[in-house]
Structures are given as structure tokens and as C-alpha cells.
Design a binder for this molecule. Structure first.
Ligand SMILES: [Mn+2]
Length: 377
């Protein structure tokens, strides 16, 4: 009998080829060529970056998970976090260990046009903070990603797209969803956006309304600016077209936790590797929604230790449930956990559409899959 026993173990093999120990860093050919051919061009050539925004400490957690997910999938681009004035120093410190650049944005002191826009439309403070991404002119091109998104694979190919590229919004597909978009930083565009904002406001009260009104030819002018839906897969879309999710969902590259309840509103039992915070009547073998669990696994592994380091002895909301026997107490203590109750199908639909998704209960992945199977059989 032929027996294939390895002669060397893995670490011995790796010691023979130390270069294999490091994760591959891909050098962009374009930059390399420019460097070789024209050193002067190189000095003026800007870099590209992924940009996100955190307006609170909670969103900062999301931003950190997003940043870490981009790193885990070996992005070659820079990572930039814009933070609002309410984000605390500890969170900023933790953000700095993941992001190349952390810029505190206070619209109040970011120029005349911004101030004027804010005076006219005080409700658009967060939107104006987001629009600030256009001032990152040290970069030639950027991809903006909401702090409630997470990447599932490398998406550096998005930098081949032009401004303004984005995926359709699941609620109104002639509008793009502003959770993921490609843009070119430009002070001129920034000023125009601010002026537009103060004159016209936002039809939905947020940045998506402003951006869709400003880039108003997106729906019809250039199909190359339509990103495939897999670059911004929102949880809402899973329910609105279940068979499509079953067919294409495994190709998803970016997941977007759209709606009012965010991953950080749940809690997590790190010992058991389980997401907590909703239905207490879980069946045995209950299947967790993959994306929510993935978010928490990433948070527990890399983000929570950074926060712990930044906070030191100061207590902070980690989101972890410590002891199984105290689960009932923890459940009530979790601030965003809604009361468990039986809802009518109509009420559940309403809640889903309002973004209040019962990930761990009625809207759990197991239930979605069961429903899918009844359609497809
Ligand atoms: Mn979002």
C-alpha cells in the first residue's frame, strides 16, 4: 500500500521559503510603471482609498469591522475613516489602528458654503458630514462604503469604475443606493454638492436623496456606472426576491445591513459563538443568519481587543454576553433588544419594510430558507 506521509511538516516547509509566510501584497502595475518610466509623474500621482463615515461610537464599531474586512481580503488601497464630532477619543484611537487616516469632520468649521448649507438645513448635518468625502483630494479616486457594510471578498476592481458608480436601491431601483459608491474627490464637486444641498434639501432627508438628485442621470446615461447588486446586497432584498437570493446570493461581495436595527444592536456570546438579542424561543439547531454571525465573529476577533486596549480600565459597551446562565438578564439588559412577541404576518411585513428585521426569530435564515423551498419545490 502506497503511503504518502509528508517528509516535512508545515512549519519546516515554510522555514525553507520564508517569503511564503507573508500574505501576498499586490503591487499595482500602474504605479510601478509610472515609477519606472517617469519619476516626476509618480510624485504627482495620487493614491486611491476606501472611505467610510462614523457619526457615533456605535457606527465606529461598524466602521472598524468594515475596515478589518477590507484588510482581511487584502485590499491594496488606503483606508480612510471620516468621524463626526461626537465620536469619543477611545473610538478614534481604535479606528486609527485599522485605518490609514482618521479625519474628524466638524461641518461647523469646514468652510463658508458648508456652514451656509448647515444654517439653511440643520437637519442635514450627517449628510453634510458624508459629503465631506469629496474633499479628500489627496486621493485620485475613492470608494465610499457605509459603516453598516462589510466586504465578503476583495473588491479592489471597483476602482476601475468612474464617478458616480453605485448599485440600484432595492426600494426604488431607478435610484442608486448610497451605501457603496465610487467617486472622484474634488473641491469643486464638493462646493457644488453643498450649494445643491442648501438650495434643494434632500427628498428623503439623507445623503441618498441629495446624491440621486445631483447625479440625476445615473439611471439612464451609462450602464457601466451601475454596479452589480452583489456589491451592495441589502438584507431587505433577500425577502423581496427570495428565489434570486437563492440563485445569486452566494456571489455577494458586499453585505449592507440596511434598516434601523444594526449588527451592533445585538449582543454576542463569544464562548458559544452565538448572536443574541431577540427571540428567546429559539429552536434547537437554529441556524443563524450567516452575515450577522460573520459580522460578530470579525468584531469579536479583531475589533473588541482594539477597543479593550483603547478603553483600558474604563468600562465600555462591548456587546458581549458573558454567562449563559444569565442569558435572560442579559437579554433584558441589551438596549436595542425588542420585546419577544407573536406578530401577524402583516405586522411582520411592515416591520421588515421599516428595517426592523427579526434576524434571530421569524426572519431567521432558517425560516427564509424554508419559505424559499416551498416556492421552489
Ligand atoms: Mn447604510
Amino acid at each position: 500500500m502506497l503511503c504518502l506521509n509528508p517528509v516535512l511538516n508545515c512549519s519546516q516547509l515554510l522555514s525553507l521559503c520564508p517569503s511564503q509566510c507573508k500574505p501576498p501584497r499586490i503591487i499595482r502595475t500602474r504605479t510601478l510603471t509610472a515609477r519606472l518610466d517617469s519619476p516626476r509623474l509618480c510624485s504627482t500621482m495620487s493614491e486611491e482609498a476606501f472611505v467610510t463615515l462614523a457619526t457615533s461610537d456605535s457606527y465606529a464599531k461598524g466602521a472598524m469591522v468594515l475596515g478589518q474586512s477590507l484588510k482581511n481580503h487584502l485590499t491594496t488601497r488606503k483606508l480612510v475613516a471620516l468621524v463626526g464630532p461626537h465620536v469619543t477619543d477611545c473610538c478614534i484611537e481604535a479606528l486609527k489602528s485599522i485605518f490609514d487616516e482618521v479625519c474628524v469632520v466638524n461641518v461647523m468649521d469646514s468652510g463658508d458654503t458648508a456652514n451656509l448649507a448647515l444654517m439653511k438645513r440643520p437637519d442635514l448635518g450627517v449628510t453634510l458630514t458624508k459629503l465631506h468625502c469629496w474633499t479628500l483630494t489627496q486621493y485620485s479616486k475613492c470608494v465610499f462604503m457605509d459603516a453598516d457594510t462589510m466586504v465578503l471578498s476583495n473588491i479592489d476592481e471597483l476602482f476601475e469604475r468612474e464617478e458616480l458608480s453605485a448599485a440600484p436601491d432595492p426600494g426604488w431601483p431607478d435610484c442608486f443606493n448610497s451605501g457603496v459608491f465610487v467617486f472622484r474627490p474634488s473641491n469643486e464637486t464638493h462646493e457644488k454638492l453643498l450649494a445643491f444641498c442648501s438650495e434643494n434639501g434632500s427628498f428623503d432627508g439623507g445623503d441618498q436623496g441629495v446624491l440621486n438628485s445631483y447625479f440625476n442621470t445615473w439611471a439612464t446615461a451609462d450602464i457601466s456606472k451601475h454596479l452589480p447588486f452583489i456589491y451592495n446586497l441589502s438584507s431587505i432584498a433577500i425577502y423581496s426576491y427570495l428565489p434570486a437570493f437563492k440563485q445569486y446570493g452566494h456571489n455577494a461581495k458586499v453585505v449592507h445591513f440596511l434598516g434601523q436595527v444594526k449588527p451592533w444592536n445585538y449582543s454576542y456570546n463569544a464562548q458559544k459563538g452565538e448572536v443574541k438579542g431577540h427571540s428567546v424561543s429559539q429552536q434547537p439547531g437554529h441556524l443563524h443568519p450567516d452575515y450577522l454571525l460573520l459580522w460578530w465573529q470579525l468584531y469579536a476577533k479583531t475589533v473588541a481587543p482594539l477597543l479593550q486596549k483603547a478603553y483600558g480600565d474604563t468600562p465600555f459597551i462591548s456587546g458581549f454576553v458573558q454567562h449563559e446562565e444569565h442569558e435572560a438578564t442579559s437579554f433584558h439588559a441589551a438596549p436595542a433588544a425588542p420585546e419577544p412577541q407573536r406578530l401577524s404576518s402583516e405586522e411582520r411585513k411592515k416591520r421588515w419594510e421599516a428595517g426592523q428585521i427579526d434576524y434571530m426569530g421569524d426572519d431567521s435564515f432558517a425560516n427564509i430558507e424554508r419559505k424559499l423551498n416551498t416556492f421552489l419545490k
